[in-house]
Structures are given as C-alpha cells and as structure tokens.
Design a protein around this ligand. Structure first.
Ligand code: PMP
Length: 392
C-alpha cells in the first residue's frame, strides 16, 4: 500500500484545525525564550526551578564530556551504566530516602517500563482518566484488564477495586500533579485504598519532584506517605532541568525493574553528561529551597489574582506551578495565547483532543525566575479575558 493516505489524513486534520505547528525556539537566560526572533517570558516549559540553564549543571556536564564524550555507547544492561549513572542512582536513592533507584531514558519510558513490569493479562490496572499519556500507554501495553477511573473519584476507584478482588494483582496508577489541570492526587486516601484492597500504587511525581514537599521530594514527601506498596516514578526532565526517568523504591523492586523493564533494557543509556548534570541538580534542590518557595508564592499569587478576576482556574489543594485558565472555546483560547505572545509571554494553548471539547485553556507553567512585575503584568492581561467578549 502506498503512503498517500497520510496526506489525506493530514488535510482532514488541517480542516479540523487539529494539525500541530512546529516552532523553532532558542532558550535564553532568566527563564526567557526566543521565538521567531523575539524574546518572550517562557511560561510554556517545565523548567520550574530554572536549572536547565544553570551554570553548575553545565559545568558538571562539561567535565563528564571531557572524560566520557557524548554517547553512552550501549544500554545500561550491556555496558552503558557508567560511573556517572551509578552515582546518579545512588544520589537519587539517598535524596528520595529509598533503598535504590534505577534510571530510564525518559520519564515516559519509566512509566511504560514500570507498569508493564508489574502487571500483565492476569492482573487489573486502575488508571485516572486524566493521567499522563505515558501512564495510559503503559496500562494499555501491559495487557492487564483496565479500569478507567473518573478524575480523582475515590468512590469509583473503590467500586472497581472491589470488582477486581479475584484478580491476581492490582495496580493503581496516578499522577501526583496533573499536567492539564495542575491539581494533585489525594495520596493518603489512595494509600488507604491500596492497603484495603491489597493493591500496588504507582505514583508519577513528574511535576512534583523538586517542587512539592518540604525537601522537594514530591507529593509522597508532602504527605509523608511511606507505604511499602508505593512505587515512585520521577523524571529528571522537568524541575531538575535535565533528561531521563527514574524509579525509587526497595532494592527488590529496583532489581526487578533492572531485569524486567523493557525500555530500560532495550534503549541506550542516558549520556553520562546528563547523569552528571542530574547529580548537580539534586545538590541545588537540596541547597536552595528558596527556589521552590518562590514558585509556591508565585502560584498562590497568580491563582488568587485570576480567581478574583472571575476566571475559571481549576481548584487544587496545593499551589502547583501549573496554572490553567479554562476559556472553553478553542478560537478564544488561541486568540488569547496570541495576544499574550504579542505582549511578551509564551503560554501553551491546550485544545481538544488533549483536553475535552469545550474546555480549551491557557496553561501557564510558572518558573522561579518570574519577577513580581512580570506576574503583575501577566495577571492584568489575563484578567481582560474574563469577559466572554474578550480575545475573540
Ligand atoms: N509524566 C507526566 C505527568 C508528564 O507530564 C511527562 C512529560 N510531559 C512525563 C511523565 C514524561 O516525562 P519525560 O518528558 O521525562 O519523558
């Protein structure tokens, strides 16, 4: 068969306004970004602690490059687990107060690899409807019977767990911070359900590592959750400013994933320089708590300003750096994002199919270098979109 059908599909996506644009950008200092030759405040990234451009991470990476070069040359299992990888695993385990850690090429790979290593056709998996695509793909790929749970609906989860009592194993998978709504999971209640129904509980701390909890260890630290049923997945690609996924837990769990998690076995290991930068990032997270307290203040202030202005900001029990402003209509959302861009702010316009029809939104991803003046100007611009006539 020829590939002509692809052009027809793309044309249909064009007509429906669904085709995604590709931009070329250049990161700048102080949380700025160059787009089409213009510097903008970057509120469309996950570099929450502004570590991606930090000189200490770059210096650590340069030092590793001088010795090891660029690529890791093989999968971790074969010969690619260098001293830099081993050191990062050791530091991640120590940072997360866990026995051991294992690295993956990305957070996506960590979620897919971990879920498929824990459950298969004889088991049941319970997945929140708004979980990240990597958790959803992991559930699908595992072959386990799958139960989609309405967002954060503990009652519905309990009903489904009850139905699955006869299954061999049960695994609940959940984001700690949801990437589209910026809200957080009720971890203590989930642990309680996991205990009651003898289930495992995988929590994806992608947007929480470095950000939540007194020491920046994520939602599990915030709630003091330490259950032996907990499988904690994180990524180095967001607040830690690098690349790569990881899982922390007991030595037994980590040994199992080392032997069983396919993306980790069959992909080339991270570049040693990235592992070296990851170690430097963990040091900054430990030594500079003011970065996450600044982020928290920014989130609280922006949320309060926007809600006072009458904008629809989904509620959350914790001030996470993801602040969505639901405008509903797609055209209105795109126009609002364009107007913000003209004013010097890059924010993501999120539309169906990423979110349900009628819930298009601006997603503001804060970072700790946003100044009071920038936040004030942004809140003022956004307040103008509160009336339905605005930004059309
Ligand atoms: N989990 C969540 C909740 C995410 O938002 C993302 C990134 N978009 C990932 C996992 C994947 O992480 P990575 O970018 O490291 O593959």
């Amino acid at each position: 068969m020829s590939l002509d059908w692809i052009a027809a599909e793309l044309a249909a996506w064009d007509n429906a306004g669904l085709r995604r644009a590709r931009r070329v950008t250049r990161p700048l200092a102080a949380g700025m970004i160059e787009v089409n030759g213009r510097p903008l405040l970057n509120l469309a990234a996950n570099d929450y602690l502004c570590l991606a451009g930090d000189a200490r991470l770059a210096a650590a990476a340069r030092e590793a490059i001088a010795e090891a070069g660029i690529g890791s040359r093989a999968s971790a299992l074969v010969s690619g687990r260098t001293v830099w990888h081993a050191e990062l695993e050791r530091r991640l385990a120590a940072f997360e107060h866990a026995e051991a850690a294992v690295l993956f090429p990305t957070g996506y790979a960590a979620n897919v690899g971990t879920i498929t290593a824990l459950v298969d056709r004889e088991d049941s998996v319970f997945c929140d409807r708004l979980n990240h695509a990597s958790l959803i793909d992991g559930c699908r790929l595992s072959g386990a019977r799958w139960h989609v749970i309405p967002h954060l609906d503990l009652g519905a989860l309990e009903v489904e767990l009850e139905k699955a009592r006869g299954r061999r194993r049960r695994l609940i998978v959940i984001d700690s911070v949801f990437s589209m709504d910026g809200d957080v999971a009720d971890l203590p209640a989930l642990v309680e359900l996991a205990e009651r129904f003898d289930a495992m509980l995988l929590i994806d701390e992608a947007h929480a590592t470095g950000v939540l909890g007194p020491g920046g260890r994520g939602l599990a630290e915030h709630f003091g959750a330490t259950s032996s049923r907990l499988v904690r997945v994180g990524t180095l690609s967001k607040a830690l400013g690098c690349l790569g996924g990881f899982v922390v837990g007991s030595q037994t769990l980590i040994d199992w994933l080392w032997n069983k998690a396919r993306p980790q076995i069959f992909s080339t290991a991270l570049p040693p320089a990235v592992a070296a930068a990851g170690c430097a990032a963990l040091e900054v997270v430990e030594q500079e708590p003011e970065r996450r307290s600044r982020l928290r203040t920014l989130s609280e202030t922006l949320r309060a300003r926007l809600t006072d202005a009458g904008l629809a900001v989904p509620e959350t029990s914790l001030p996470t750096p993801i602040v969505p402003v639901v405008l509903g209509d797609e055209g209105r959302t795109l126009a609002a994002a364009a107007r913000l861009e003209q004013a010097g702010f890059l924010v993501a316009a999120i539309r169906p199919p990423t979110v349900p029809a009628g819930s298009s939104r601006l997603r503001i991803s804060l970072h700790c270098d946003v100044t009071d003046e920038q936040l004030d100007r942004l809140a003022g611009l956004l307040a103008a979109f509160a009336s339905p006539q605005a930004a059309t």
